[in-house]
Structures are given as structure tokens and as C-alpha cells.
Design a protein around this ligand. Structure first.
Ligand SMILES: Nc1ncnc2c1ncn2[C@@H]1O[C@H](COP(=O)(O)OP(=O)(O)OP(=O)(O)O)[C@@H](O)[C@H]1O
Length: 739
């Protein structure tokens, strides 16, 4: 089945009454359901573009109608073991959150509460119909992707680590490591959890939406049906994507602008993925943003429903065209529907009642299952369909041919019809001419003028090559534009910020926490840069344990230390920590009101540790043998990698960089620094040894520096000291440059 894409046009809000409405729903012919969205051409009002969808919902559509038509029919499949994904896509302020979450009143409740209500009802019915032989358990996880970092919404914000939770591929699915999961008994349970969790979500008021979501929110509802020792598990995912926005219209301040850049970038990657799939490319750029990795459009086995939210007014004209363009292509993604395997319970399953369930229960292979559909089986059964996990309906002739620009779905006016030889026969809705001329989905409207400029330039290269250059150019230009805007805003704000110097020499609270955060960030980046083996995962747990201890949350700290143990088996120091924490927690639970001597000792240690952290020494060494920050690393590698690299830095390595800096007039040094200071993502990514992440981190870091009196990176040594850099990286970049 292809991804089902439906469009929902929201009504005018009170303040919008009297505005010019330009988007309307239509049907292929009288008596048929609404499947077309019509919108005038921005260049010529008398021309109208038509976009075909699997369903179109008018302004008057209620929450219940949408749910009943689009989501309810898939509940049966969910209980049959299929995963179901529903996501809302669209420009900011078009009604995504309204559609997914909705209001508190019964009639206004959105897809998510209705989905849960139906899941509980169906679960109860199954238990009743089987006289309790089959039990149905529901567990939730809920997280957001904010500035391309994953944060658990079921945990309080103060538990967040600066770089968020890591992702990992497991059994062909992307999982968030360290995500908590809560079991949910009934709708009341869910509502309490959901409302609380939504308070943790990052939202803010922007000029275009008073309650704009600044993150992508992903709710996963795991349904586990157990009958004797047979367990069937499936997941419904409901995703409320943040909206793309035109920063010329938002008047966004710096923070909103950075968020906006992250949102627009991830949505741009999503549109690139959709394009790549619909072109039949081998390489789909999922990995370029966390959101697309998680969404894995077209790669998830199961049912996917994309709801495109639209605002009907003229003020959204170009944004609406852009999202119509992307979504109408998404319709062509084909997904295999494969049930999750049934699992035979061997040792009794420990189900997810705890607050931390690190990863999905692995599905064990089942030799004698009669109702497993493996990909191959399904493909064999449907021999006329491609074996790939996703594919695009294309004309035979175009299959072997490299896609050209003309092969990409294009918009044409209703007056123009395809010639019969050009028709796409496989999809009836394709009888509706597809729109063209429009700029391809753009990263943000910041780029639109650039994009249209590029789009109208004569095409000299082969079309495929030109498309990729086009995307890269857009990306590079947007990065540059965002950096420029940030820089100019920072420059404007600078005089206003100039304040009298602090009278005391003591660092302020914010300075301190910034410094601590920077160090934690640096450690986390190192973890991120490590390969995703057990060791880096272990390190991450150690980091989380340490942060939990800092907060005084010993139980969480213990949990994380225990989770780290498999990565560092038999480590005496780690075991000792775990023992100490267990004893401490047991003593606490024993109702001992006055702190035990051990407690007091620990508190003193925590105090000491805080003092040390606040001093923000570079050499975070453990002087007195008590638990210090780097303790956790010292039992990871002996001798500590950090110590070794510091020594290196202090001696030879730093010397090498200083040598390169010596001739700061040296063209190569200058060239490298120029590239860095350009903050141009594409250029920085081109440096030897810089991957996408490292380049992005550097650009982000430099953007944040806009706050300070920062003139740019002036030496290679300085560059090597920036978070995530290091002397080796800088040397490699330097050596890789040809002047
Ligand atoms: N179908 C609808 N009926 C009534 N009001 C709606 C509808 N859709 C959206 N709205 C209203 O429009 C406003 C914007 O909607 P919403 O916050 O859901 O947009 P959004 O797409 O999630 O925006 P963002 O991406 O900025 O988070 C809200 O006040 C919401 O209540």
C-alpha cells in the first residue's frame, strides 16, 4: 500500500474573518469524494493548480469525522500486528497540533486521544471476548525532537542532557536509546500522562501562531497482546511535526530563528527523502536529520497516513504551494504491510511498568509460526509488486531511464492535460494533472527567492546532477543566510547588551552553568563521535548517571550505572558505585530520617564535586580519590583517554598546531580559518575529516557565539579548543586543504 496522504483545510480563525480564501477542495467528478485541492497560480490568478490526494477534508470537517474516516479503519490492523504511523505535516499555524492533539472538550479532541480511547475500548473487548485469556497492555513513550536533539517528554525537563538521547538502528527500526516507557491502564491514565508530558514540550508564541510547536513530537503507543505464552506486539505512532515557517514573516528572534532553522532543515530533509523515493533513487537521505531517521518514511512496514494541514488564506499562498508539492509526491511512496512477528514467551516478559525501558523487546524468530509474513513471502505473493520496501509507481518506459527533471511530478494548470503517451496509468488519481513550475520544496522561505532564481536559470547540466547541485546550493545559501541574520541581529543587540562589568570576580550563576554545560556537551560530543558500539552507549549511561547524581536523584543514577555495567563488565569502581548507591537508597527507604553517616559523607562529596565543577578546571582530575566527574571515565579506559589526549595536546599536538598557526599568514591556515568563519555548512562539510554532524556542531557553536564579542576563530589552536573539534580534527582539515 502506498502512504495514504490526505489534506485537511482548516477554517478561518476569528481574527482571520474577511481574509481572502484561495484554497478549496474539489472532486474528480460529481458524486465522487473530495480528492483534489485547488489553488490559483501565484503568477496568474486565472490559472489554477490542482493537487490530487487520497482524501481531502474541507474547512467544516470535524475532529470526529476526520478520525472516523482516516484513523479508525486501521485499528483492526493495529491489533492484527501491523504498525500504524500517522503524522501531520504543514506550515506553521495550519492546524497540525489541532488535528493530532486537539482541544480538551470532547468534540475537539484530536487524533491522539481518540486513538487511545479506541485502543483501550478494543483491548477491553478482546479481553472480554476471550474470557480474559488474552490480555492487552498499552505502554506509551513520548518524545520530542528539538533542534535535532531527542528529549523524553515523559521525564521532567531538568533531567535532559544537553545533547539529548541517541538513536540506534535495531532490527531494521530506529530506536531511541534510554527512552522511558509508561504503562497505561485506561484513558484517564493516558490523559494525565499526556497533559503533563505536553507541558514539557517546547512551544512558543510566534507572529504566525500564538502556540507554535517548536519541536516534532512523537507519541508511540505500544500494544501488547498476550495469550498464554504467545505475545503479539504492535505500535501506533502519532507524530505532530513542527511547522515550516517563513522567517521573513515570523519576525523571529534569535532563539526562535535557530529553532526555525532546525525545523526547516529537518522538513527540507524530509522533502528530499520524499523526492528521492519518488524518483526511485537508491540513496534516501534519511540519516541527515533525526526526524527523518525516526519517521523512516516508506521503510516502516505497516500503514502510514500523512495528514497535510493547510490554511486557506492568501497570506499562506507560496507556503501552501510548497507543502502541496511535497505531500502530493509522498502519495507515491509504497509501503509493504508486514505484521510484526508473534513471539512465544519464554522466561516471563518483564513488561514496561518501570519508568525506564531502554529498548524495544526484540522479536524472536519463530520457526513454526503460521501467520508470519516475511518480506520475501509478501513479495512473492504479490509478484507484480517490487521487492523493495518501498517503490514508486512509474511508467514502464521510465523505469530504466535515469529520472530527468521532466520526470519529476510537475504542476500544470487545469487547462493543460498530459498527452496520452505521458499519462501515469497506475494511479487513477493521476488523471488529475500534476502541478509544475513551482519551486521545489524549499528549505525555508528564506530561500525561496534564491530557489526561484535558480529554478529559472537555464539548465546546462544533466537534470539529476543539476537537482543535487540545486539542493546543495539551497542548503549552502540557507546556512549562510541564517548565519548572516544571526550575525546582524547579534550586532544590533550588542550595544543594548553592553552592561557594566561584574563587580565581583566570582562567575555568575549563568556563566557557571554555561561552562558546565559546555563541558558536558563536549563529553557528549565525544560519545556521539564514537562508533555506536556498546562502549559509547555505556559512556552515555555513565554521563546520565552522573547528571542524575548531580541532581540528587540517586535512584535514576543507580539505574543508569546499572545500565552502563554491561558495557564495562566487572569494573570494580563501577561495581563499587552501584553498591554504594544501592546501600544509600536502601537506607533511605528504611525510613531513616536522619542522614546516615554514609549519607553525610556522600553529601560532602557531592558538595565538593559541585565546587570542583564550578571551578571549571580543564584538568578535571580526581585529587582525593573520591567520586569526581572523570571517575566515570577512568574506569572506562585505563589510562584515561582524556588524560592521554590532554597530555598530547599539552605537548606535541598543541605544538604542531602552534606551528601551523605560526605562519598565521600562511595561505593554508588562512584558508582553513576563512572556511570556518564563513559558517557555511557546505564549505565546512567539505573539509577533510568533517562529517555532517561535526560541521553542523561547529556552525551551531559559532552561531551561539554571536552572543559574545566574538570576531571569529583566529587561530588553529583556538579552533582545536572548540567543542567537538580537537587537534586531530584540525590537523586533518589543515592537511586535507590544497591551497
Ligand atoms: N480544524 C480546525 N478547527 C478550528 N480551529 C483550528 C483548526 N485547525 C487549527 N485551528 C486553530 O488554528 C490555530 C493554529 O493551529 P495549530 O496550533 O494546531 O497549528 P500548527 O500547525 O500546529 O502550528 P505550529 O506548526 O506553529 O505548531 C490554533 O488556534 C487552532 O486552534
Amino acid at each position: 500500500m502506498s502512504v495514504r496522504v490526505v489534506a485537511r483545510i482548516r477554517p478561518l480563525l476569528e481574527k482571520e474573518h474577511g481574509k481572502d480564501v484561495i484554497v478549496r477542495a474539489d472532486r474528480v467528478e460529481e458524486g465522487k469524494p473530495l480528492t483534489i485541492v485547488k489553488i490559483p497560480s501565484p503568477k496568474n490568478e486565472s490559472e489554477e493548480f490542482s493537487f490530487a490526494f487520497n482524501g481531502v477534508y474541507e474547512q467544516s470537517t470535524t475532529q470526529e469525522e476526520l478520525f472516523t474516516a482516516e484513523v479508525a479503519p486501521h485499528l483492526k490492523a493495529l491489533f492484527q500486528g501491523l504498525d500504524v504511523t500517522i503524522f501531520a505535516y504543514g506550515v506553521t499555524g495550519t492546524g497540525k497540533t489541532h488535528t493530532m492533539r486537539g482541544g480538551l472538550k470532547l468534540a475537539e479532541r484530536g487524533v491522539i486521544p481518540r486513538l487511545l480511547s479506541n485502543v483501550f475500548r478494543r483491548g477491553k473487548k478482546i479481553a472480554k471476548d476471550t474470557n480474559g485469556e488474552t490480555t492487552v497492555q498499552v505502554a506509551l513513550s513520548y518524545y520530542e525532537i528539538y533542534n535535532d536533539k531527542v528529549f523524553d517528554l515523559l521525564e521532567p525537563p531538568e533531567n535532559r542532557t544537553p545533547s539529548g538521547l541517541p538513536l540506534r538502528e535495531k532490527d531494521g527500526k530506529t530506536v531511541v536509546v534510554g527512552l522511558s516507557e509508561r504503562s497505561c491502564e485506561d484513558l484517564k491514565d493516558f490523559e494525565k500522562l499526556y497533559i503533563e508530558a505536553n507541558n514539557n514540550r517546547v512551544t512558543a508564541s510566534t507572529k504566525l501562531n500564538a502556540h507554535s510547536s517548536r519541536s516534532h513530537a512523537i507519541l508511540r503507543v505500544k500494544v501488547t497482546q498476550t495469550a498464554g505464552d504467545i505475545v503479539r506486539e504492535s505500535t501506533a505512532s502519532a507524530i505532530d511535526l513542527a511547522g515550516s515557517e517563513d522567517n521573513r514573516r515570523t519576525d523571529n528572534g534569535k532563539e526562535r530563528l535557530i529553532e526555525s532553522a532546525a525545523i526547516n532543515k529537518s522538513l527540507f530533509v524530509l522533502s528530499q527523502c520524499i523526492d528521492a523515493i519518488s524518483r526511485g533513487d537508491k540513496r534516501i537521505p534519511y540519516r541527515e536529520s533525526k526526524m527523518t531517521r525516526i519517521l523512516s518514511l516508506g521503510q516502516n512496514n505497516g500503514i502510514t497516513i500523512m495528514i497535510l494541514n493547510l490554511a486557506p488564506m492568501r497570506s499562506y499562498h507560496l507556503d501552501t504551494l510548497s507543502s502541496l508539492n511535497v505531500s502530493s509526491r509522498a502519495k507515491r511512496i509504497e509501503v509493504r504491510e508486514i505484521e510484526n512477528e508473534i513471539v512465544f514467551k519464554q522466561p516471563p516478559r518483564t513488561n514496561s511498568s518501570g519508568s525506564t525501558n531502554i529498548q524495544r523487546q526484540p522479536l524472536r524468530p519463530l520457526a513454526n509460526a503460521h501467520n508470519i509474513h516475511s518480506g520475501a513471502v509478501v513479495a512473492a505473493k504479490t509478484s507484480d509488486k517490487p521487492v523493495k520496501a518501498f517503490s514508486v509507481f512509474t511508467d514502464k518506459a521510465s523505469k530504466a531511464v535515469a529520472p530527468t527533471r521532466a520526470a519529476i511530478p510537475v504542476a500544470i494548470t487545469t487547462q493543460l492535460r498530459r498527452s496520452s503517451s505521458n499519462k501515469r496509468p497506475s494511479d487513477p488519481s493521476e488523471q488529475i494533472p500534476r502541478p509544475s513550475k513551482l519551486a521545489r520544496p524549499t528549505y525555508t522561505s528564506l530561500v525561496r527567492p534564491i530557489a526561484s532564481q535558480l529554478a529559472t536559470q537555464p539548465v546546462a547540466q544533466p537534470a539529476t546532477q543539476q537537482l543535487s547541485i540545486f539542493a546543495e546550493q539551497i542548503e549552502a545559501m540557507v546556512e549562510k543566510k541564517v548565519a548572516e541574520i544571526l550575525a546582524s541581529r547579534a550586532a544590533e543587540a550588542a550595544p543594548a547588551r553592553a552592561e557594566p562589568a561584574h563587580e565581583s570576580n566570582a562567575p555568575s550563576e549563568t556563566q557557571i552553568s554555561d561552562e558546565v554545560r559546555r563541558r558536558l556537551d563536549a563529553l557528549e560530543r565525544r560519545i556521539d563521535n564514537d562508533t555506536h558500539d556498546g562502549r559509547s552507549e555505556g559512556l552515555r549511561f555513565l554521563l546520565q548517571a552522573r547528571q542524575a547524581k548531580e541532581r540528587g536523584d540517586d535512584e535514576a543514577a543507580l539505574r543508569f550505572y546499572e545500565l552502563a555495567l554491561p558495557s564495562f563488565p566487572g569494573q570494580a569502581k563501577l561495581l563499587a558505585k552501584i553498591e554504594r548507591l544501592r546501600a544509600k537508597i536502601a537506607a533511605k527507604k528504611g525510613g531513616d530520617e536522619s542522614p546516615a553517616p554514609e549519607w553525610r559523607e556522600d553529601n560532602r562529596k557531592v558538595e565538593k564535586k559541585r565546587e570542583r565543577m564550578y571551578k571549571v578546571r580543564d584538568d578535571a582530575e580526581d585529587e582525593d580519590g573520591t567520586e569526581a566527574d572523570v571517575d566515570d571515565e577512568t574506569f572506562v579506559d585505563k589510562p584515561s583517554r582524556i588524560k592521554a589526549s590532554r597530555k598530547q595536546k599539552a605537548s606535541g599536538k598543541r605544538g604542531a598546531l602552534s606551528d601551523m598557526d605560526e605562519g598565521s599568514a600562511s595561505p593554508r591556515t588562512k584558508q582553513l580559518l576563512d572556511i570556518v568563519n564563513s559558517r557555511n555548512l557546505a564549505l565546512i562539510r567539505g573539509l577533510h575529516g568533517f562529517g555532517a554532524k561535526k560541521a553542523q556542531d561547529l556552525v551551531d557553536h559559532l552561531a551561539l557565539k554571536g552572543d559574545e564579542e566574538f570576531v571569529g576563530v583566529t587561530s588553529l589552536s583556538q579552533l582545536s579548543m572548540l567543542p567537538g573539534m580537537g587537534s586531530r580534527t584540525v590537523e586533518r582539515a589543515y592537511e586535507g586543504l590544497t591551497v
